[in-house]
Design a protein around this ligand. Structure first.
Ligand code: 13P
Length: 247
């Protein structure tokens, strides 16, 4: 039904040289054909990684984009620039961007629309903080992010969007949400998509992200509503990333 998708988010790691070494390390292995594997790399490495993954099943992703095609936006990268580099996926609204770079549901919404309009598949990140979870607000927060992020997105586009549920307290901390908690929130997100888009809820892919490692991937992927993982730390080691793809 839903093709599993394992995406590496390299974050601000890997020079071009290191990026090529990592891809070479991944390429030494057989990769599960049934799983879609994506690497979301720094802008500076996109062009070289594009060459390095030629002939493999690995797909190319970016970590952010601006919604405008060009203009006076110093330091930003546009969807046309990503198109030129044949970038297929782009992470949008990662919690680190929301936290450190003032991204809001409104800018996330603009980016999703722009990505779709340019044939780039957004990986839309949502997730609650620990305080919000402890205050029993996790579902409310995540639902709000989904509803606002998807405002004005048409039902035809839903198939081209991936959602990543990343509880902020589980990112880079070694604390994973229990597979049941992660699944419950992914199911809740799917229900929310159902309220907005009806049956498309069964087609949209929802990833879990937050300290995903080779030793917990199988359990997470065995859950009903988890269709993949968005992986930080473990995507920086070829052996680990391969184990995740071949879970
Ligand atoms: P870690 O896998 O390092 O916890 O990072 C998760 C993440 O933020 C992926 O986008």
């Amino acid at each position: 039904m839903r093709t599993p998708i394992i995406a590496g988010n390299w974050k601000m790691n890997n020079t071009i040289k290191e990026a090529i070494e990592l891809i070479d390390g991944i390429k030494k292995n057989e990769l599960n054909e049934e799983v879609e594997a994506v690497v979301c790399v720094p802008f500076t490495a996109i062009r070289d990684v594009k060459e390095a993954i030629k002939g493999t099943k690995i797909k190319l992703g970016a970590q952010n984009m601006h919604w405008e095609e060009s203009g006076a936006f110093t330091g930003e990268v546009s969807p046309l620039m990503l198109n030129e580099l044949e970038v297929e996926y782009c992470i949008v609204g990662h919690s680190e961007r929301r936290q450190y770079f003032s991204e809001t549901d409104e800018t996330v919404n603009k980016k999703i629309k722009s990505a779709l309009a340019h044939g780039i598949k957004p990986i839309v990140c949502v997730g609650e903080t620990l305080t919000q979870r402890e205050a029993n607000k996790a579902e409310e927060v995540v639902k709000n992010q989904v509803v606002k992020g998807f405002e004005g997105i048409s039902v035809e586009d839903i198939n081209n969007i991936v959602i990543a549920y990343e509880p902020i307290w589980a990112i880079g901390t070694g604390k994973t949400a229990s597979s049941d908690d992660a699944n419950a929130m992914c199911a809740f997100i799917r229900e929310t998509i159902g309220e907005l888009y009806g049956n498309e809820k069964d087609n949209i892919r929802i990833q879990y992200g937050g300290s995903v490692k080779p030793n917990n991937i199988k359990e997470l992927m065995g859950k009903s509503d988890i269709d993949g993982a968005l992986v930080g730390g473990a995507s920086l080691k070829a052996d680990d990333f391969v184990k995740l793809i071949n879970y």
